[in-house]
Structure formats: structure tokens, C-alpha cells
Design a protein around this ligand. Structure first.
Ligand SMILES: Cc1cc2nc3c(=O)[nH]c(=O)nc-3n(C[C@H](O)[C@H](O)[C@H](O)COP(=O)(O)OP(=O)(O)OC[C@H]3O[C@@H](n4cnc5c(N)ncnc54)[C@H](O)[C@@H]3O)c2cc1C
Length: 383
């Protein structure tokens, strides 16, 4: 009798223990556009679905999926169609939103829901096929040639880990108490609810998001808009076999408005100033509200035991350490154009090309990379 009880207790213990652990070949962390692209291409490459574990607290296409359905896209529809067509796993789906995407004018830009809805459908499809954990990865450590990926729900042991953990809007601590969050400012309908008739609004930044917000504020008849910018507005220039200002250049509806309204005949309610301590001291005190549209910064990465130097990220193939890779806006491809300008691939179509190029090296059994051991940077070869 005692023997039986002991056996049952042991079985229960084994069950409990195994429930909290999972072994996999590939762990993909993050389900924004970059994570979705990665999972799709892993399946295309022939990885067994049960060898992929996908982890995200939301599975709603990342920051863009949460906030940007009504934001005008800055790429032509053709590039979104090509993005879907580049992955067999995506093409195999034929949902209403994907069929709809193929009906839009290819050379025009629309609002982002035209790609976000297909990406939501693709996410649901992938979730039915592979293992997933709805949680945040909180820790990452490398022991015995295996990555230990920690979440509040489970610990995952994985040979390879891909971090597609994304970014969030950068804010500063300028002297203005009332801040309109960027995700609301980007959506004209939501922005409207923050505005009062006599408002003076300060907008920090000078690229795509900032100019789009100036357009919204102008169209919403804001009394006064003060834009503090660092760099002049630029537009992409076709240089034959390459493009100047490929990532920084304004495109689509925002570029049209900047060229034909803002730069041609600047509206009387908009004041544009080079951002400096002097201009801020003079003009910020009259701003009732402030909007920071001055870029994005990497989300916090999972804590690690100092064996994973994230700063060793190789921006030509995503490699961080043996079996650890980064992708998406947090770990973008970086290159120098023929004029010496540094460019980053942060558009959705860029992720497809970058993963396609990098995946063969990620799949190689023999990995090289860096791990920090005993406070020293050493190269490790993993067989
Ligand atoms: C306003 C705006 C307009 C844009 N317009 C376009 C456009 O028209 N065309 C275009 O191609 N690109 C556009 N972009 C750029 C592009 O969409 C972004 O670069 C892209 O959305 C970033 O995707 P991501 O998957 O790298 O990151 P994110 O979308 O940030 O996703 C990261 C995911 O990782 C999850 N995550 C983070 N940390 C953890 C963790 N520890 N554990 C588990 N999960 C985690 C998050 O919850 C999130 O779901 C735009 C961007 C902005 C801001």
C-alpha cells in the first residue's frame, strides 16, 4: 500500500515537473511582423512544426497591431503583396483579408490595416500549427549547448532562439507635463479627443511619425503647432540600382503633404524650429501639450546571466551568440549606402529579405559566435 502511494506521488511529481518544462529545436520570442516572418520561413525551410515554440504575451502583431490600423502606410501595397508571396506558408492561406490585400491598387499606399489584418490571420493559422506560450520571456541563459528560456508559465530548453522582441516609442523629459501618447497621436480620430480649441501643441521629431502628426494636427484645426526637429525632411531618391534615403525618406500620403503643403506654403499655424536648448527654453513654456515622435527604442531584453552579450549582435546576419539570433526593429539589418549614409531595414518587407538571407546560417549545425565567460569575450565553436 505504502509502495503504491509512493509510486503515485512520484508519478505526480514527474508529471508536474515535465509540465513546467518543454524542449524544442527553435524558440521564437515575439509575435510582431518580424516574429511572424521568422516562423513562416522556418516552416518553409522544412522545420517540423512541433519543433518550433513561439512565445509572446499577446499574439496581436506587435506594437503596430495594437495601435496602427488607421495609420497610413509608408510603403506601396505591391511590397506587402510581395511580402505575402515570398513565404509559401503565408500563400497557402486564403482568408478574406489576404484576398482583399490582392485587390488594392499595387502602386498606392493605404492604411496599415491592409497588411495588419492578413498578419492577424496568419498568426491564428500559425498558432494552430506550432507550439506556443502566451507569456513574456523573462530570462535567458546558455548551459550545455542549450538555451534555457524562462517564462512565468514554463521553462523552455531550446537549441536555437530567435529574439524578435521589438521596440517602443522613445520619450524625453522635456518640461511639459501633459503628454499625448504617440500611439494616440498617430491616429487622427483618437488624437481629436485630446485637443481643445486654444491648444498649442509641441511635436518633437522630424521624420515619418512627426510629419504625419503635424498633418493630423493641421487638419484638426489646432490653434498653434510647434515642431522641434533635428534633421531636415528628406525623400527617397531613385539612384538607379539603389535608393538614397531608403529608410529615412518620407513616403506615401505623408510625403505628399510635406512636399505640397508644409514645404511649399507652410500653414500659418505651424512653426518649425531646429531643436536646441535655446528654442526649447523659449517656446516649450507656451506648449499646453507635447507629443514625442522622436524614434523608437528596443524593448527590454530577457535578463541573462551575463553569458549573452546582446551588444555583440552582428547586423549582417542577426547572430548574437551560438544559436541565438536577433531580427526585426530591435535587431535590424544595417548597411552603408554608396554615399556613406547608414541605413536600417525596419520595414515589414525588409524583415522577409533579411530572414531569407540569414536563415541558412541560422540553420547550420556548426555555429560560431561570442559568449561572455569569466568576464572575458571569447569565441565559441558549437559542434
Ligand atoms: C507609425 C509606424 C508606421 C509604420 N509604417 C510602416 C509601413 O507602412 N510599412 C512597413 O513596412 N513598416 C512600417 N513601420 C515599421 C515596422 O512596422 C516596424 O518596424 C515593425 O512593426 C516592427 O516589428 P517587430 O516584429 O520587429 O517588433 P514589434 O512590432 O514591436 O513586436 C515585438 C513583439 O515582441 C513581443 N515581446 C517583446 N519582448 C518580449 C519578451 N521578453 N517575451 C515575449 N515577447 C516579447 C512584444 O509583445 C511584441 O508582440 C511602421 C512603424 C511605425 C511605428
Amino acid at each position: 500500500m505504502v509502495k503504491k502511494q509512493l509510486l503515485a506521488a512520484l508519478c505526480c511529481l514527474i508529471h508536474l515537473t515535465t509540465c513546467n518544462y518543454e524542449s524544442t529545436e527553435w524558440a521564437v520570442v515575439g509575435a510582431g511582423p518580424a516574429g511572424i516572418t521568422t516562423v513562416g520561413l522556418l516552416l518553409d525551410a522544412g522545420i517540423e512544426p512541433n519543433q518550433i515554440t513561439w512565445i509572446d504575451p499577446e499574439f496581436n502583431v506587435g506594437w503596430l497591431g495594437n495601435y496602427c490600423d488607421n495609420v497610413p502606410a509608408n510603403v506601396k501595397t505591391r511590397l506587402f503583396v510581395e511580402f505575402i508571396l515570398a513565404c509559401n506558408e503565408f500563400c497557402s492561406l486564403s482568408t478574406e483579408s489576404i484576398k482583399k490585400l490582392f485587390t488594392y491598387e499595387p502602386e498606392k499606399e493605404y492604411e496599415l490595416f491592409i497588411i495588419l489584418d492578413p498578419l492577424r490571420d496568419i498568426t491564428h493559422h500559425l498558432l494552430k500549427k506550432i507550439n506556443s506560450i502566451q507569456a513574456k520571456v523573462t530570462s535567458l541563459a546558455y548551459h550545455d549547448l542549450t538555451w534555457h528560456v524562462g517564462t512565468a508559465k514554463k521553462q523552455i530548453f531550446s537549441k536555437k532562439v530567435i529574439l524578435a522582441t521589438g521596440s517602443h516609442p522613445r520619450t524625453l523629459d522635456y518640461d511639459c507635463d501633459c503628454q499625448i501618447p504617440l500611439h494616440d497621436a498617430l491616429d487622427k480620430e483618437r488624437l481629436k479627443h485630446y485637443l481643445e480649441p486654444d491648444d498649442t501643441i509641441g511635436v518633437i521629431g522630424g521624420s515619418h511619425s512627426a510629419i504625419l502628426i503635424l498633418k493630423h494636427l493641421h487638419e484638426l484645426a489646432t490653434k498653434r503647432i510647434i515642431n522641434f526637429y533635428k534633421n531636415p525632411i528628406v525623400y527617397p531618391v531613385d539612384m538607379g540600382d539603389w535608393e538614397l534615403h531608403a529608410s529615412a525618406g518620407l513616403r506615401g500620403e505623408t510625403a505628399y503633404w510635406a512636399k505640397n503643403v508644409l514645404e511649399k506654403e507652410k500653414p500659418a499655424n505651424i512653426l518649425r524650429l531646429k531643436n536646441s536648448k535655446k528654442t526649447r527654453t523659449t517656446w516649450l513654456p507656451i506648449c499646453d501639450k507635447i507629443i514625442y515622435a522622436c524614434g523608437f527604442e528596443r524593448n527590454d531584453l530577457p535578463q541573462n546571466d551575463n553569458t549573452t552579450p546582446y551588444e555583440c549582435y552582428d547586423c549582417t546576419n542577426g547572430s548574437i551568440a551560438p544559436g541565438l539570433f536577433g531580427i526585426g526593429i530591435a535587431f535590424p539589418e544595417k548597411w552603408e549606402d554608396p554615399h556613406g549614409n547608414i541605413e536600417y531595414g525596419i520595414g515589414i518587407p525588409d524583415f522577409m529579405e533579411y530572414v531569407q538571407d540569414s536563415l541558412p546560417s541560422w540553420m547550420r549545425k556548426k555555429q560560431t559566435g561570442y559568449l561572455l565567460r569569466f568576464n572575458q569575450l571569447v569565441t565559441i565553436k558549437q559542434l
